[in-house]
Design a protein around this ligand. Structure first.
Ligand SMILES: Cc1cc2nc3c(=O)[nH]c(=O)nc-3n(C[C@H](O)[C@H](O)[C@H](O)COP(=O)(O)OP(=O)(O)OC[C@H]3O[C@@H](n4cnc5c(N)ncnc54)[C@H](O)[C@@H]3O)c2cc1C
Ligand SMILES: NC(=O)c1ccc[n+]([C@@H]2O[C@H](COP(=O)([O-])OP(=O)(O)OC[C@H]3O[C@@H](n4cnc5c(N)ncnc54)[C@H](OP(=O)(O)O)[C@@H]3O)[C@@H](O)[C@H]2O)c1
Length: 569
């Protein structure tokens, strides 16, 4: 019975961000240079100074990991001195490589650029990691500018005045991001982002055997002794003391795994659901006439491609108003579909990113502070929903949509619901198709539901045992985790990404959430593992003193004095 220290479920960006962060000793993604230096200093010399535990208010002597050596202060050596010895396994339902699901969707949807800005990435070493990688590789040409996003800052007063005068939307009353931050407000080419992720995988040695393709179907947390008994005892004869320790038993479609700490990084988690439409047969995934966007493997599907090849007219119906719907509509037209019918239940919402700019730009700290200090999770959920506001498209895709609408290639219908459909297997078309309010539609060859994924923790069947045995509150389908992103103080089941939304804020389902979540979880994973091995961990006093370096790293007195004797390279 092998017990992994950490088992990460999900090999997407959130899982990768955490695996990388657990191998990074000197994360600077969320630290300034000075904090970074101070952090180095504490790691190296902290064993000799008492540090107050903010919870217990007790002074203690920290126990730095025994792997740290005197060379652990240059960025280049960080990965080498990381916690490589963490016994970690990653399970992913979609593939045995990192980000299989992400790559499949980006390829299938033909996405050329990310939607998010440059500081949305998964590199724990550097907040500007993606930018640095871009410049190092000379790939500045692979960045797409976001016109109108950054520029000369306009005062709130001026904005209000302008809004009053022309009754324009806020986004039209001037850029929200200051010119000096312009470097961050580009979006990378898909390949550039993926290469950067690969470089992170390389740097932390996360390639070999760490990830396996297995779908998790059950998670239990109980005494090791109970599991041992259920498994019919163990060959190596476990000690009683060990049996009185709680561990996770994770059941997958391929077997059973044990771990001290489990992290769920499962993205939206639930299977995508399709809105109720009269006449639509179930199940969704295998019907040739329709699909949820997230289940698409090929677009347009083969029978529509065959019609295109024969120069027959083709019609595709897309339901949804998020970026996926427009992306697919544009792709369909580029690939020869004659007409796309686009049905949205609301109006067209245009935003640069999924979340409002004031959660991304310089006011984000203000908003995050309000989020963290909200009185209840209900209040947090409202802020979260308000900042995301359902599905939206980018200004760039608004322009593309307008062009297709102008040429008649896209027939756009807002405030419209698909009411009923009927499939004619002979012609392989949907006819008739009715909507509310009614419009006249041509026979439809294929329907795509680009309606996103509604996440609901209570519907994740593999958490049945945890929910029953360790009940916690849920709000809006999200778990009310503790501040450490843990299920509760007792169960070291951590969440990164979308399901940590009530703690991380509206950016949780995006790349920025993956990175910030990983940062918070990493500290607590180490605490949890320390608790497991309390008593065995060796205290090492760090490297021999180097006064000059200490002075410099601690930022004491004149830091440049301490460099006087450092020879010129
Ligand atoms: C088409 C598309 C484009 C996007 N573009 C951007 C963008 O440009 N910028 C941005 O910030 N965000 C973007 N997003 C949002 C995006 O989903 C997140 O940024 C990112 O994918 C979140 O990573 P994740 O690891 O949390 O989730 P995912 O990428 O969904 O990964 C979750 C992984 O968990 C695995 N998993 C789930 N359940 C189980 C289980 N029971 N057992 C084992 N494994 C399981 C899945 O197989 C999957 O591989 C985009 C989303 C989509 C769909
Ligand atoms: N990088 C890229 O270029 C790129 C491309 C595609 C997608 N993405 C990202 O991928 C993520 C998912 O995007 P998405 O567009 O798939 O999902 P989404 O942003 O969640 O949008 C879902 C859309 O479906 C609508 N909807 C939900 N339930 C519905 C129902 N029952 N009936 C009718 N309409 C319904 C929603 O309407 P409401 O708005 O009214 O809720 C919304 O317009 C987002 O983060 C997006 O930014 C990125």
């Amino acid at each position: 019975m092998h017990i992994y220290s950490v088992l990460i479920i999900g090999g997407g960006p959130a899982g990768l961000a955490l695996a990388a962060r657990l191998h990074e000793h000197t994360p600077s993604a969320t630290f300034t240079d000075d904090e970074h230096q101070r952090y180095h200093w504490l790691r190296k010399h902290g064993a000799r100074i008492p540090i107050k535990n903010y919870r217990t208010n007790v002074d203690s002597l920290p126990t730095p990991p025994s792997t740290l050596g005197s060379s652990d202060c240059g960025c280049d050596t960080k990965a080498k001195s990381g916690l490589n010895e963490i016994d970690m396994l990653v399970l992913d339902a979609d593939g045995e490589d990192w980000m299989t699901r992400w790559k499949r969707l980006f390829t299938c949807f033909g996405i050329t650029h990310l939607r998010s800005p440059m500081f949305f990435h998964i590199d724990p070493a550097d907040r500007d990691g993606l930018l640095r990688y871009t410049y190092e590789r000379g790939r500045e040409g692979d960045l797409l500018a976001l016109p109108g996003c950054a520029g000369k800052e306009v005062s709130k007063h001026h904005k209000k005045k302008k809004m009053g005068r022309v009754r324009a939307k806020v986004s039209q009353s001037g850029p929200d991001v200051d010119e000096r931050d312009r470097k961050d407000y580009f979006t990378p080419v898909t390949d550039l982002f993926e290469r950067h992720c690969e470089s992170v995988v390389e740097r932390y040695g996360l390639k070999k055997g760490i990830l396996r393709q297995e779908r998790v179907v059950g998670i239990e947390y109980d005494w090791l002794g109970v599991f041992r008994e259920e498994e019919g005892g163990s060959d190596d004869g476990g000690e009683d003391e060990e049996d009185e320790r709680k561990v996770f038993r994770v059941t997958t479609d391929k077997g059973v795994r044990y771990a001290h700490v489990v992290v769920l990084a499962i993205g939206p988690g639930n299977a995508p659901t399709i809105p109720q439409v009269i006449g639509l047969p179930t199940p969704s995934s295998s019907h040739e006439g329709y699909s949820h966007a997230m289940h698409l493997k090929r677009f347009p599907p083969p029978h529509v491609e065959a019609k295109i090849r024969n120069h027959a007219p083709t019609n595709i119906l897309i339901v949804g108003g998020g970026l996926t719907s427009i992306q697919l509509a544009d792709l369909a037209i580029k690939r020869g579909v004659s007409k796309v019918w686009l049905l949205m239940r609301g109006s067209v919402k245009v935003k640069y990113f999924d979340i409002d700019l004031d959660w991304v730009g310089k006011f984000r700290n203000f908003n995050q502070a309000a989020f963290w200090s909200a009185d209840s999770d209900e209040e947090r959920l409202q802020m979260y929903l308000h900042a995301r506001n359902g599905g939206s498209i980018t200004p760039r895709y608004r322009k593309i949509l307008n062009e297709h609408v102008a040429t008649g290639k896209i027939s756009l219908h807002t405030h419209m619901t698909l009411y009923s459909v009927q499939y004619d297997t002979d012609t392989q078309t949907w006819v008739p198709v009715t909507t509310t309010p009614p419009i006249s539609l041509s026979p439809i060859d294929f329907i795509v539901f680009a309606t996103g994924v509604q996440s609901d923790i209570e519907k994740l069947s593999f958490l049945d045992h945890i929910r029953d045995k360790y009940p916690i509150e849920y709000v809006g389908g999200l778990p009310c985790l503790n501040d450490d992103l843990m299920w509760n103080d007792e169960v070291p089941l951590f969440f990164n990404g979308r399901f940590a939304g009530l703690r991380l804020g509206p950016g949780a389902p995006n790349l920025v959430g993956c990175r910030i979540g990983a940062e918070r979880i990493a500290w607590n994973v180490k605490d949890a593992l320390n608790r497991v091995s309390r008593g065995d961990s060796e205290v090492e006093n760090g490297a021999p003193d180097d006064d000059k370096l200490t002075e410099f790293a601690a930022g004491r007195r004149n830091r440049f004095d301490s460099l006087v004797e450092v020879s010129d390279p």
